[in-house]
Design a protein. Sequence first.
Lengths: 294, 288
Amino acid sequence: MAKTVTNTETARMAELLSGYARAVDARRLRTLQGAALVVVLILVAAWSAEVRPITLFNKIGALTNYLGGTLKLDSGQHVWEDPVEWFWGLGKWLRLLGETLIMAYVGTLTGALIAFILCFTACSNLVRDHRVVFVMRRLLEFGRTVPDLVFALIFVYTFGLGPIPGVMAIAIHTTGALGKLFSEVVENIDMKPVEGITASGGSWVQAIRFAVLPQVQSNFLSYALLRFEINVRGAAVMGFVGAGGIGDELIVSIRKFYNSDVSAILVLIIATVMLIDYLTELARHRLIGAQVRT
Amino acid sequence: MSGTGLQNTFLAQREEINQRHATILRPVWRGLIGPVLVVTTMIILFCLGLWELGFSFEKIINGGDQLWVILGVMLPPNPETWSRALLYINAMVETVGIAFLGTLGAAILAFPFGFLAAKNVMPNWLVHVVSRRLFDTMRGVDILIWALIWINVVGLGPFAGVMAMMCADFGAFAKLFSEAIETADRRPVEGVIAAGGSELMAVRYGILPQVLPVILSQMLYYFESNTRSATIIGIVGAGGIGLHLSEMIRTVEWQQVSFIIVLMLIVVSAIDWLSTKLRLAVIGQRAH
């Protein structure tokens, strides 16, 4: 009696074990297939992007040399031994950094305002006409898919060199990016207040003002602040194509091998970006805090 | 009758009610002082900014006119010859290749550093703080600046773009990975340790299964946005479609410019679609 029980148990156990082994094998096979696909993709991409590991291996010393070289003054001293000489152009650079920040601010605010006006027409829950929603979404997609530097290149041609094309490029890109985020926020709202306003005879604009806006305003502000942070980085390289800000000074010093200037300007840019990151994060935490309290 | 009674009770207790609910019953304009001040400052800053940057109606209208003319010339998009079209398509493949290799390379490099910067894996606060600052610094340098630096090292071409993308994304990935690891559930780790597993096993069987889907989905998201950035690094000579685009703008071949832009739009939305599909497959429909 006892023996038969043990036998069936062993048989059952063997069955379970082989089932488990089969399941594991199937999973391993799928993982292997995926890995093989990735390897093939890597090889194709590496061939297309002319990856040369040997050159990299041979020239990696050049990177450390170059980075080390940016930390040496013309006199051969290390930069930290003579900070006054290192930051010789501080006044000019700070003015350009200020211009960069103003570009980012004006561009972000303009873009955010346009996005704010357009986003309500790109939500399927507020606009009945699907064609309007479709067209608005494609328009916003265009604005955010074409990189801001491409807009800047075209605007430099039409508006001339200087910060104006940079600001306009930032504004258009911001409109596209924020418009999408804003309309996604609006599509996730609670529709009951909107129905309430509409039922009591309110117009579309009134419904947005009194039913939608109170639900979305802190999210909107938080996204706009995040975008400002991104745009500060973007504005810092606008000068590469002649569209104002500190980028112009940086690309000239990289191209002409003014090595200590490169490191000085980079230090200033990184410090500014970190400061802006810190400040916007502070502001966003306060916003979220305020939202939780009410 | 009861209406007037209620009114009388209210009038009698008015002072007391006002005191009890002071924040609710205060005049509306009081709550508006702060926002109005902020908005006014923002508008003044905006106007000062416009003035400082040299905006003027004349410039905007003149430039706008010219922009309108160019938009007219751009249509229809036309690469002129088949060999040019092929050249652009080839450059677009190169662009996607740069984005793919850059994203993958950055993620592989950042993976171990993510653990290094996670508080729950690395209790040494000095390592944690120093690695976080390092990531922030690398993230603060724009990809175009990295591209310029790498061009000095490995020469012009797409390889410099791949290396630049790796450097720029390394910081972002390491930060995101360490955050994913920090928010992982502690209980599986405790389970592995309680069953006699080593610390390494705890990471492998306790943390990795939790963070791997998050990491994969972030990689896919970055692949999509990197395709967008890979289209511009060619402007400084680091490979991809950007080189042709800036060249065509400089030589005012507007129909070719619009062809390249349309090509970019198509490829980027295809990648967008693909990465969203894969991302949903990785993290599951529900978690979206």
